[in-house]
Design a protein around this ligand. Structure first.
Ligand code: ZN
Length: 97
C-alpha cells in the first residue's frame, strides 16, 4: 500500500486520547476503528479505505402506487481523492512514496 499513514496515525492518536479519559482498567479494553471503512478493489489488491457517508432517504411506493409505511433509508460512501490530513493524492497508488 503506497498511501500515507495518516489514517492509522490519527486513529492511534484518537485511541490514546480516549484511553486517557478512562480509568486504567477500562482503558485496556478500548478499541477504536474508523466508522466508515470500505474495502476497495484496486488493481490486484484490496485496500481498506475510509469513505465519507451520505445518508439518504426517500418514500418508496408500493406496486399499487401507495406510499410504504416507512421511509427507505440508505447510505452511500464517497471515496476521498486526497488525504484530509496531509493532502497526498489517494488515487495515485503507483508507489511513489
Ligand atoms: Zn495523509
Amino acid at each position: 500500500m503506497s498511501e500515507c499513514k495518516c489514517f492509522n496515525v490519527m486513529l492511534e492518536k484518537v485511541s490514546e486520547n480516549l484511553r486517557g479519559q478512562l480509568p486504567a482498567k477500562e482503558a485496556e479494553s478500548l478499541k477504536a476503528r474508523w466508522g466508515n471503512e470500505a474495502l476497495v478493489m484496486e488493481e490486484n489488491s484490496m485496500t481498506l479505505k475510509i469513505g465519507i457517508p451520505v445518508a439518504y432517504e426517500y418514500q418508496k411506493l408500493k406496486k399499487s402506487g401507495e406510499p410504504q409505511k416507512n421511509r427507505t433509508k440508505k447510505e452511500v460512501k464517497l471515496m476521498m481523492s486526497y488525504c484530509p490530513f496531509c493532502g497526498i493524492s489517494l488515487k495515485n497508488s503507483g508507489g511513489t512514496r
